[in-house]
Design a protein. Structure first.
Length: 208
Protein backbone atom coordinates (compact mmCIF):
# COMPACT_ATOMS: atom_id res chain seq x y z
CA UNK A 1 0.00 0.00 0.00
CA UNK A 2 2.79 2.40 0.84
CA UNK A 3 4.46 1.76 -2.52
CA UNK A 4 1.15 2.37 -4.37
CA UNK A 5 0.49 5.59 -2.46
CA UNK A 6 4.03 6.74 -3.14
CA UNK A 7 3.57 6.02 -6.85
CA UNK A 8 0.29 8.01 -6.92
CA UNK A 9 2.00 10.99 -5.31
CA UNK A 10 4.80 10.87 -7.89
CA UNK A 11 2.30 10.83 -10.79
CA UNK A 12 0.39 13.73 -9.30
CA UNK A 13 3.61 15.71 -8.87
CA UNK A 14 4.52 15.11 -12.50
CA UNK A 15 1.04 16.20 -13.67
CA UNK A 16 1.23 19.37 -11.54
CA UNK A 17 4.70 20.13 -12.90
CA UNK A 18 3.51 19.69 -16.51
CA UNK A 19 0.50 21.95 -15.88
CA UNK A 20 2.74 24.58 -14.24
CA UNK A 21 5.14 24.59 -17.20
CA UNK A 22 2.20 24.83 -19.62
CA UNK A 23 0.66 27.77 -17.74
CA UNK A 24 4.04 29.50 -17.55
CA UNK A 25 4.46 29.14 -21.31
CA UNK A 26 0.97 30.52 -21.97
CA UNK A 27 1.64 33.42 -19.59
CA UNK A 28 4.92 34.35 -21.27
CA UNK A 29 3.26 34.18 -24.70
CA UNK A 30 0.48 36.49 -23.52
CA UNK A 31 2.92 38.99 -22.01
CA UNK A 32 5.04 38.97 -25.18
CA UNK A 33 2.02 39.60 -27.40
CA UNK A 34 0.63 42.28 -25.07
CA UNK A 35 3.80 44.34 -24.80
CA UNK A 36 4.71 43.74 -28.42
CA UNK A 37 1.32 45.05 -29.50
CA UNK A 38 1.69 48.04 -27.20
CA UNK A 39 5.05 48.97 -28.69
CA UNK A 40 3.64 48.64 -32.22
CA UNK A 41 0.74 50.86 -31.21
CA UNK A 42 3.15 53.51 -29.91
CA UNK A 43 4.98 53.36 -33.22
CA UNK A 44 1.76 53.83 -35.15
CA UNK A 45 0.82 56.83 -33.00
CA UNK A 46 4.18 58.51 -33.70
CA UNK A 47 3.75 57.92 -37.41
CA UNK A 48 0.19 59.22 -37.24
CA UNK A 49 1.34 62.40 -35.51
CA UNK A 50 4.03 62.98 -38.13
CA UNK A 51 1.61 62.44 -41.01
CA UNK A 52 -1.03 64.73 -39.51
CA UNK A 53 1.43 67.58 -38.90
CA UNK A 54 2.75 67.26 -42.45
CA UNK A 55 -0.80 67.26 -43.84
CA UNK A 56 -1.59 70.42 -41.88
CA UNK A 57 1.40 72.17 -43.39
CA UNK A 58 0.42 71.05 -46.88
CA UNK A 59 -3.14 72.32 -46.50
CA UNK A 60 -2.28 75.62 -44.78
CA UNK A 61 -0.05 78.54 -45.74
CA UNK A 62 1.70 78.54 -42.35
CA UNK A 63 5.29 77.44 -42.04
CA UNK A 64 4.91 75.96 -38.52
CA UNK A 65 2.27 73.53 -37.34
CA UNK A 66 1.65 71.94 -33.94
CA UNK A 67 0.02 68.54 -33.49
CA UNK A 68 -1.86 70.12 -30.56
CA UNK A 69 -1.75 73.79 -29.59
CA UNK A 70 -2.41 73.14 -25.90
CA UNK A 71 -0.70 70.94 -23.34
CA UNK A 72 -1.17 70.02 -19.69
CA UNK A 73 1.94 69.41 -17.59
CA UNK A 74 2.30 68.74 -13.87
CA UNK A 75 4.67 70.63 -11.59
CA UNK A 76 8.16 69.06 -11.50
CA UNK A 77 7.46 67.03 -14.64
CA UNK A 78 7.85 67.13 -18.42
CA UNK A 79 5.59 66.44 -21.38
CA UNK A 80 6.21 66.40 -25.13
CA UNK A 81 4.62 68.50 -27.84
CA UNK A 82 5.15 67.84 -31.54
CA UNK A 83 5.61 70.47 -34.21
CA UNK A 84 6.54 70.64 -37.84
CA UNK A 85 8.45 73.28 -39.78
CA UNK A 86 8.54 73.72 -43.55
CA UNK A 87 11.21 75.35 -45.68
CA UNK A 88 9.53 77.19 -48.56
CA UNK A 89 12.38 79.63 -49.18
CA UNK A 90 14.05 79.81 -52.60
CA UNK A 91 17.46 78.18 -52.77
CA UNK A 92 19.37 81.34 -53.61
CA UNK A 93 22.75 80.07 -52.40
CA UNK A 94 22.48 76.83 -54.33
CA UNK A 95 23.34 74.71 -51.27
CA UNK A 96 20.04 72.84 -51.40
CA UNK A 97 18.38 74.35 -48.34
CA UNK A 98 18.58 76.53 -45.26
CA UNK A 99 19.72 76.11 -41.65
CA UNK A 100 16.99 77.26 -39.29
CA UNK A 101 17.75 78.31 -35.73
CA UNK A 102 14.94 77.05 -33.50
CA UNK A 103 16.27 78.26 -30.15
CA UNK A 104 18.53 81.29 -29.89
CA UNK A 105 19.70 82.30 -26.39
CA UNK A 106 19.83 85.93 -27.53
CA UNK A 107 16.24 85.80 -28.78
CA UNK A 108 13.52 87.40 -26.69
CA UNK A 109 9.78 87.93 -26.35
CA UNK A 110 8.67 91.04 -24.49
CA UNK A 111 6.94 89.74 -21.34
CA UNK A 112 5.45 93.20 -20.70
CA UNK A 113 3.36 92.85 -23.83
CA UNK A 114 0.25 90.67 -23.39
CA UNK A 115 0.41 89.58 -27.04
CA UNK A 116 4.05 88.61 -26.63
CA UNK A 117 5.76 90.98 -29.01
CA UNK A 118 8.71 89.29 -30.68
CA UNK A 119 11.88 91.30 -30.21
CA UNK A 120 14.71 89.44 -31.94
CA UNK A 121 16.17 86.05 -32.69
CA UNK A 122 14.46 82.67 -32.60
CA UNK A 123 12.72 81.93 -29.33
CA UNK A 124 10.30 79.51 -27.66
CA UNK A 125 8.85 81.07 -24.53
CA UNK A 126 5.76 81.95 -22.52
CA UNK A 127 4.96 85.66 -22.32
CA UNK A 128 1.89 85.68 -20.10
CA UNK A 129 0.25 83.59 -17.35
CA UNK A 130 -3.13 84.02 -15.69
CA UNK A 131 -2.71 85.44 -12.20
CA UNK A 132 1.07 85.87 -12.53
CA UNK A 133 2.71 89.30 -12.39
CA UNK A 134 3.45 90.41 -15.95
CA UNK A 135 6.82 91.80 -14.79
CA UNK A 136 7.90 88.40 -13.48
CA UNK A 137 11.00 87.47 -15.50
CA UNK A 138 10.72 83.85 -14.36
CA UNK A 139 7.68 82.98 -16.45
CA UNK A 140 9.58 81.10 -19.12
CA UNK A 141 12.90 80.33 -20.72
CA UNK A 142 15.11 77.65 -22.21
CA UNK A 143 17.94 77.27 -19.73
CA UNK A 144 17.35 78.66 -16.23
CA UNK A 145 15.98 76.30 -13.59
CA UNK A 146 14.23 79.30 -12.04
CA UNK A 147 11.86 79.59 -15.00
CA UNK A 148 8.35 78.31 -14.41
CA UNK A 149 8.06 76.74 -17.86
CA UNK A 150 11.09 75.64 -19.90
CA UNK A 151 11.40 74.37 -23.46
CA UNK A 152 14.00 72.25 -25.19
CA UNK A 153 14.34 70.98 -28.76
CA UNK A 154 16.93 70.92 -31.53
CA UNK A 155 18.81 74.21 -31.54
CA UNK A 156 19.25 74.20 -35.32
CA UNK A 157 17.92 72.19 -38.23
CA UNK A 158 18.97 72.07 -41.87
CA UNK A 159 16.00 71.72 -44.20
CA UNK A 160 16.15 71.14 -47.91
CA UNK A 161 13.92 73.27 -50.09
CA UNK A 162 10.24 72.27 -49.63
CA UNK A 163 11.22 69.79 -46.90
CA UNK A 164 8.98 69.34 -43.85
CA UNK A 165 10.37 67.94 -40.61
CA UNK A 166 8.45 66.99 -37.46
CA UNK A 167 10.28 67.50 -34.16
CA UNK A 168 9.68 67.02 -30.45
CA UNK A 169 9.39 69.98 -28.09
CA UNK A 170 10.01 69.03 -24.45
CA UNK A 171 8.01 71.17 -22.02
CA UNK A 172 9.07 71.19 -18.35
CA UNK A 173 7.24 72.83 -15.44
CA UNK A 174 9.32 73.73 -12.38
CA UNK A 175 8.26 72.74 -8.85
CA UNK A 176 7.44 76.39 -8.12
CA UNK A 177 5.43 77.01 -11.30
CA UNK A 178 1.99 78.46 -10.41
CA UNK A 179 -0.85 76.18 -11.48
CA UNK A 180 -2.36 78.28 -14.23
CA UNK A 181 -2.61 78.78 -17.98
CA UNK A 182 0.46 80.12 -19.79
CA UNK A 183 0.35 81.84 -23.18
CA UNK A 184 3.41 80.87 -25.20
CA UNK A 185 4.86 81.28 -28.68
CA UNK A 186 7.41 79.73 -30.99
CA UNK A 187 9.11 82.36 -33.14
CA UNK A 188 11.55 81.34 -35.87
CA UNK A 189 13.83 83.99 -37.32
CA UNK A 190 14.44 84.07 -41.06
CA UNK A 191 17.70 82.17 -41.76
CA UNK A 192 18.86 85.03 -44.00
CA UNK A 193 20.04 86.80 -40.84
CA UNK A 194 18.45 90.15 -41.64
CA UNK A 195 16.29 90.08 -38.51
CA UNK A 196 13.02 89.27 -40.25
CA UNK A 197 10.61 86.78 -38.72
CA UNK A 198 10.19 83.56 -40.68
CA UNK A 199 7.09 82.34 -38.80
CA UNK A 200 5.33 82.44 -35.44
CA UNK A 201 3.02 79.91 -33.78
CA UNK A 202 1.14 80.57 -30.53
CA UNK A 203 0.17 77.80 -28.11
CA UNK A 204 -0.91 77.26 -24.50
CA UNK A 205 0.63 75.36 -21.62
CA UNK A 206 -1.42 74.65 -18.50
CA UNK A 207 0.44 73.69 -15.33
CA UNK A 208 -1.77 71.43 -13.22
Amino acid sequence: MKKKASLNISVQAIVVLILAITMLGLGLTFIRKFFGGTMEQFGEVSKQIEEQVKEDLKDNPGRISFYKTSLEVKQSSSENMYFGIRNDLPDEDGDGGETFTLIDESGSIDVDDKIGRWSSGSVIACFDALGVDEDDDGISGTNSNDDYVRFSTSETRFLKKDEVVVLTLKVTASPSAPKTLYSCAMVIEDPSGDGKMYERMDFDVEVV
